[in-house]
Design a binder for this molecule. Structure first.
Ligand SMILES: C=C1C[C@]23C[C@@]1(O)CC[C@H]2[C@@]12CC[C@H](O)[C@@](C)(C(=O)O1)[C@H]2[C@@H]3C(=O)O
Ligand code: AKG
Ligand code: FE2
Length: 340
């Protein structure tokens, strides 16, 4: 197997994008709820990404999770390795997935089932009860935010069964996961000691280009930038970091359930030259046996369903057999159906 080396890329000075802002406190305001639904729907159609403020997750819940995460990544490597290798859960360093993808990232991938968290905490922390309580508290809080957003999306799409998306995540068998990413500072590479402001500067990729496979991702990062999204082919647009907000993106499953109306957009994370970046991503996923198919309201004679029905287990199997940057959802596209 050929193992790819971490890709250095040219640093380009592209202005950061201001993602659509969703103020979740408006969800409880009867006069504003429908405007909020439309705003979320538009963001999912146009960008596949938005920023959520006033989300209701307490600063304490986030700080506890962040502190546990920092303490873990600050440990000596041999200690961290006791929680690895990631298969897919556990501690991973530079290797992403099983097919030779690499990046300048260390991570902990956790199954969100309470029993699994309790069990794994024993190898992760010297105080497993404190670690698992921080993780469980964080997961419960972000799951609530994810469910509220998904209900608003269904309402905005005029789908009568408004819990059609959120019920998949609330299911006890939901396959949701939590990923803690740590990107150590990486000096910018400069070819031939040439310090002129030309194209010789390169930045290292922390987490390569991909789309998220699940329904919805809620990402919280520290105040160090690095996330970029690919809005138009070939152009990478940086997203400004905001530790008080969640950066939310549509996953492949939601793209399929909305018959391509919502877009699962490719993104990546670059390292920073002098500061470490830390991100915590909650990937809201259905149960393994859930059948994924376009909602009837999203299908018509002029917009026939783009994808075959598949189970989340089928999709995961395909995802783990592919490279990070491969398009997984295309495997499930019906012949002859073009995505708008
Ligand atoms: C190369 C891979 C890593 C990944 C599984 C895959 O085979 C393709 C998708 C990757 C991804 C991207 C989003 C999430 O970070 C992730 C946990 C997921 O569900 O799909 C990772 C997988 C991983 O790191 O194991
Ligand atoms: O760390 C980030 O900002 C992005 C990470 C990411 O895309 C992922 O974990 O899937
Ligand atoms: Fe991602």
């Amino acid at each position: 197997m050929v193992v790819a080396s971490p890709t250095p890329i040219r640093s380009e000075k592209i202005q950061a994008i201001e993602l659509p802002i969703i103020d979740l406190s408006l969800a409880n305001n009867n006069n504003k709820r429908s405007e909020l639904q439309n705003r979320i729907v538009r963001a999912c159609e146009e960008f596949g990404f938005f920023k959520v403020i006033n989300h209701g997750v307490s600063q304490e819940t986030i700080a506890k999770m962040e502190q546990e995460s920092l303490s873990f990544f600050a440990k000596p490597v041999p200690e961290k390795q006791l929680s690895g290798p990631a298969n897919p859960f556990g501690y991973g360093c530079k290797n992403i997935g099983f097919n030779g993808d690499t990046g300048e990232v260390e991570y902990l991938l956790l199954n969100t089932h309470p029993l699994s968290i309790a069990q794994r905490s024993k190898t992760i922390s010297n105080d497993p009860i404190k670690f698992s309580s921080a993780v469980s508290g964080y997961i419960e809080a972000v799951r609530e935010v994810a469910c509220e957003l998904l209900d608003l999306m269904a309402e905005g799409l005029q789908v009568p069964q408004t819990s059609v998306f959120s019920s998949l995540i609330r299911d006890v068998d939901s396959d949701s996961i939590l990923r803690l990413n740590y990107y150590p500072p990486m000096p910018i590479l400069c070819k031939d000691n040439d310090t002129s402001p030309s194209s010789n500067y390169t930045t290292r990729v922390g987490f390569g280009e991909h789309s998220d496979p699940q329904i919805l991702t809620l990402l919280r990062s520290n105040d160090v930038g690095g996330l970029q999204i690919s809005l138009d082919d070939g152009v990478w647009v940086p997203v400004s970091p905001d530790p008080t907000a969640f950066c939310v993106n549509v996953g492949d499953v939601l793209q399929a359930m909305t018959n391509g109306r919502f877009v699962s957009v490719r993104h990546r994370a670059l390292t920073n030259s002098d500061q470490s970046r830390m991100s915590m991503a909650y990937f809201a996923a259905p149960p393994l046996n859930a059948k994924i198919t376009a909602l009837p309201e999203m299908v018509s004679t002029i917009k026939p369903s783009l994808y075959r029905t598949f189970t989340w287990a089928d999709y995961k199997k395909a995802a783990y057999s592919l490279r990070l940057g491969d398009s997984r959802i295309d495997l499930f596209r019906k012949q002859g159906e073009e995505v708008a």
